[in-house]
Design a binder for this molecule. Structure first.
Ligand SMILES: [Zn+2]
Length: 238
């Protein structure tokens, strides 16, 4: 096997490694997973908003319930006073009676408000629960996708490790000067192709039809002299 043949083979392995890297970065499960993560973020934001509204309603309910508890205390004390037998003045008893009626009306009003709030809170609570359920479903789906990404990436990594080890063995057989020229040429190219074979009389990388004389030179090259495609600049191997 000539040095250029080895280089072409090395190019094949490097191209495979590039493909594997690309494949790993563009796994469909990976983009599906990113989509789900965005959905979780969006839904969590909505859930937080609705849950915040519910907390506010509950806090209102709590404040009114506290007020009712204070009223109950007061009503209890006034009742105790009225029935204690220590107050005999009809005027004073009638004043307590009036006060009790007023406290009762205030309490009725507050209890109505509590009922209204409870009615308002109920649908909001179910809304939060529905959102939690949807979030849990999406998170479970994301967990399955994560496992799939891990498995698929592990398969890719295993193949890449094998190719990489073949590549290391092959690279050790290529003269350092040639290898370094190849490496530099590859680094400067977006497609990572630095060496290609002639296909008939055309460049195997860009397809340019090359002059006959030049093609002959490439075909009979001992590998000492290197030829480049005038169009795309790859090193040409026979
Ligand atoms: Zn070319």
């Amino acid at each position: 096997m000539s040095e250029l043949d080895r280089l072409v083979e090395l190019q094949g392995l490097d191209t495979r490694l590039d493909q594997l890297r690309y494949k790993g970065e563009h796994l469909p499960a990976r983009s599906e997973l990113e989509e789900l993560h965005r959905e979780v973020e969006r839904l969590s934001g909505q859930r937080d908003e609705v849950a915040g509204a519910r907390s506010e309603l509950s806090a209102q309910q709590k404040r009114i319930e506290d007020e009712v508890a204070l009223l109950d205390d007061k009503i209890g004390r006034e009742n105790d006073r009225m029935y204690s037998g220590t107050i005999t003045s009809p005027k004073e008893l009638s004043a307590i009676q009036d006060e009790l009626e007023s406290l009762g009306r205030r309490k009725d009003h507050l209890e109505e408000k509590i009922l209204d709030l409870m009615e308002a809170i109920e649908p909001v609570t179910s809304q939060v629960a529905e959102m939690e359920t949807r979030l849990a479903d999406i998170r479970a789906e994301a967990g399955r996708l994560e496992a799939r990404v891990t498995t698929e990436q592990a398969e890719i990594d295993a193949e890449a490790a094998q190719v990489d080890s073949n590549r290391a063995a092959l690279a050790a057989e290529i003269p350092p000067d040639l290898l370094s020229r190849y490496t530099k040429a590859r680094a400067g190219r977006r497609d990572g192709v630095a060496v290609a074979r002639l296909i008939g009389s055309t460049c195997g990388a860009c397809g340019l039809s090359l002059p006959t004389m030049f093609v002959e030179q490439v075909r009979h090259s001992s590998g000492e002299e290197l030829f480049q495609c005038e169009e795309c600049g790859v090193l040409l191997a026979p």
